[in-house]
Design a protein around this ligand. Structure first.
Ligand code: NAD
Ligand code: ZN
Length: 213
């Protein structure tokens, strides 16, 4: 079994999604900040936004949806959790086999030497280069390793659960078309809904525990 999660699975932990109403920071939309162009134009602004998001995520706790996925992993023989999230709530809940398609918000990467570090952000890399967030931005390619691992896991699984994703960010959303059977858990319908074998409508923090029960 494989699971694909998006920002919605962390919404009940108080972490804003990108496309729901609470997704704005100051007057900006995520698409105006999570891009290489935005960073080139105003790196300090983009870093301010990431620092703000880091603080929210660090203070947040896993919710009933994250915990239910840990329980499912315990019960299912082959289980892969693929997440588009840059937070660490799946790991903090106790999930083990987790693939991060879009990196981690707690990592920074040097624009000059590509060295990555995690933890508090220093002003510059040890080489003197400028640091950027270690995440995948809109318009950037996914790192090949997690991408291929995710595709393999989906193809080898008899079921893909798609949880809390708007389904508009590719190639992550494309995983749905590689699955044998797909079930969507989301309070709203998405462009992927018509492809689903089944839809469970509601917040993942309520639906997932019920699924186990
Ligand atoms: P999105 O913001 O585009 O969409 C969120 C989806 O979650 C919507 O379809 C919404 O209906 C659904 N949702 C809202 N509340 C929910 C709930 N309680 N239970 C289940 N579903 C709920 O998010 P996305 O599809 O993940 O894509 C945007 C990009 O945003 C990703 O690449 C990701 O890296 C990034 N992102 C990550 C985080 C995070 O790490 N927590 C937060 C915001 C954005
Ligand atoms: Zn460097």
């Amino acid at each position: 079994m494989a699971v694909l999660t998006g920002a919605g699975v962390s919404a009940e932990s108080g972490i804003p999604t990108f496309r729901d109403n609470n997704g704005l920071w100051r007057q900006f939309r995520a698409e105006q900040l999570a891009t290489p162009e935005a960073f080139a134009n105003d790196p300090e602004l983009v870093w301010e936004w990431y620092d703000w998001r880091r603080e929210i995520i660090a203070a947040a706790q896993p919710n009933a949806g994250h915990l239910a996925l840990v329980e499912i992993e315990r019960r299912v023989p082959h289980f892969t959790l693929i997440t588009q999230n840059v937070d660490d709530l799946h790991e903090r809940a106790g999930s083990r086999n987790v693939i991060h398609l879009h990196g981690s918000i707690f990592v920074q990467r040097c624009l000059r030497c590509s060295r990555e570090s995690s933890g508090p952000r220093p002003p510059k890399c040890v080489c003197g280069g400028m640091l950027r967030p270690g995440v995948v931005w809109f318009g950037e390619a996914l790192p090949p390793e997690p991408r291929f691992a995710a595709e393999d896991a989906v193809r080898e699984s008899d079921l893909l659960l798609v949880i809390g994703t708007s389904g508009v960010v590719y190639p992550a959303a494309g995983l749905v078309y590689m699955a044998k059977r797909v079930v969507e858990i989301n309070p709203s319908s998405t462009p992927l809904s018509s492809r689903m074998d089944e839809r469970l409508e509601g917040p993942s923090g309520e639906i997932l525990p019920r699924l186990i029960a």
